[in-house]
Ligand binder design. Structure first.
Ligand SMILES: [Zn+2]
Length: 431
């Protein structure tokens, strides 16, 4: 690859000798290909996150010359990752700039999720563009190999039936996942043995599955906690865009997860286990939690807790989260539902204030059932947080709802894309 280097910035100093200028030119020639290659990843990340819809925006964001930006976008287009549309956009003033977009025919990754109500899989292109997810029940047996095989095979079926190249697979799990070894800890939802090597098992199952002729073989795999992945996806494509210290708290199906993104990077602690906010005590006399304590955020603010507060029993044959969401909506007209929602909101507010006091985020994003609780009574939740939060009264940390319909899947896609965003030229490994 040959890329035009940036022009030297005018220094205002007197020109050097002929030998100086030759040395400078040589230095530029040597630096050019490396510099170009190192720009590909940042450029693709900017286009992937929708921050640079035109080539002139990319030129400014990378702080390079137009020629360099042109060479970088041409390379990304040649790799089949983006499209560069030079037709005038129309209506604008000044010289029109080439429009940049993710190539809709470009490669995909498999994104999967295992949760208490089943498994979900989809194919995802760059740009956070997910195909409609497929949902399936979990296998009757809860042993991890059976479950990971089921999600690997469901993803492989999608890849086989797609005519787009498939470059990786990643999976979101509802339990803590250690780094870097990828074991599941406290997998309370499925009674998996603590320390189950989920990353290795998933890799084996994806390797065994028939991912079709358009998939990289072996297909690289990755695995992470669902709340962490949801936070990453919201930061890049949803309600977290523009935040610097993003706290996400969620109750997807059972229990509560948390995650923190700082300046674009997930804060996962020394072993991948940071931000396990679910076991924060919000009512010492409260409901028993799977961890053995009482009144954890987990057991006080998840769908089960909402039903318990309403004195109702959910239908065991329907997804619990769907029923809990209906209960939140019923709060607008039903007194019993209203009282239950307020009871749970008060405990959620205590938990959010405690976490915000420690982390001082500049945005809090709520997803899963917590998003529905926020929508049912936004002022009440914000008031409880402000009351207890050291910074709430003055700092007014915004509490907003998640924007992505499938945050954990979108985050799994981010995880699978990570090596290619770091080095876009590595996509050429697949024909
Ligand atoms: Zn607990």
């Amino acid at each position: 690859m040959q890329l035009t280097p940036s022009s030297p910035r005018p220094s205002g100093s007197t020109p050097g000798t002929e030998a100086d200028r030759d040395a400078q030119r040589d230095a530029h020639r040597r630096a050019a290909p490396d510099r170009g290659r190192t720009l590909l990843g940042p450029a693709l990340s900017l286009i992937h996150t929708g921050q640079t819809p035109t080539r002139s925006a990319l030129t400014r964001a990378l702080d390079v010359t137009r020629a360099t930006a042109g060479a970088v976008t041409a390379e990304l287009e040649a790799l089949g990752l983006i499209t560069v549309d030079s037709r005038p956009a129309g209506g604008g003033r000044g010289r029109p700039s080439h429009r940049l977009a993710i190539d809709p025919e470009g490669p995909v990754v498999i994104a999967g999720q295992i949760h208490a109500d089943g498994l979900s899989v989809t194919l995802a292109g760059l740009g956070g563009l997910l195909e409609p997810p497929v949902h399936r029940p979990l296998p009757a047996a809860t042993d991890p190999v059976r479950m990971l095989r089921a999600v690997a095979e469901a993803g492989a079926e999608l890849a086989r039936n797609s005519n787009r190249r498939c470059l990786g697979a990643a999976l979101a799990l509802p339990n803590p996942v250690t780094e870097p070894d990828g074991t599941a800890l406290a997998a309370l939802h499925f009674a998996w043995p603590s320390g189950t090597p989920v990353a290795d098992l998933y890799d084996v199952e994806v390797g065994r599955a028939d991912n079709g002729p358009r998939a990289l073989d072996p297909l690289p795999t990755a695995i992470a906690n669902d709340a962490n992945l949801g936070a990453l996806a919201e930061y890049r494509h949803g309600a977290g865009r523009g935040a610097r210290h993003l706290l996400l708290v969620t109750s997807g199906h059972r229990g509560v997860g948390g995650a923190l993104v700082i300046d674009g990077r997930l804060h996962t602690g020394s072993a991948g286990l940071a931000l396990e906010v679910g076991h924060l005590t919000v009512d010492p006399q409260g409901r028993p939690c799977q961890c053995g304590n009482r009144g954890c955020l987990n057991s006080e603010t998840d769908p089960d807790a909402l039903f318990a507060a309403a004195g109702l029993t959910p239908d065991p044959d329907r997804p619990l989260l769907d029923q809990a969401r209906e209960l939140c909506r019923a709060a607008a007209t039903d007194e019993r539902a209203r009282a239950a929602v307020e009871h749970v909101i008060d405990r959620l507010g205590l938990g959010l204030a405690g976490v915000a006091n420690i982390l001082n985020p500049d945005r809090v994003v709520l997803s899963g059932l917590h998003l529905d609780l926020l929508e049912a009574a936004p002022e009440r939740l914000r008031a409880v947080v402000a009351e207890r939060c050291l910074w709430g009264r003055s700092g007014r940390v915004p509490i907003v709802g998640a924007e992505l319909a499938h945050g954990a899947l979108a985050g799994a896609a981010e995880l699978a894309w990570r090596p290619y965003l770091a080095d876009p030229q590595s996509v050429v490994a697949v024909g």
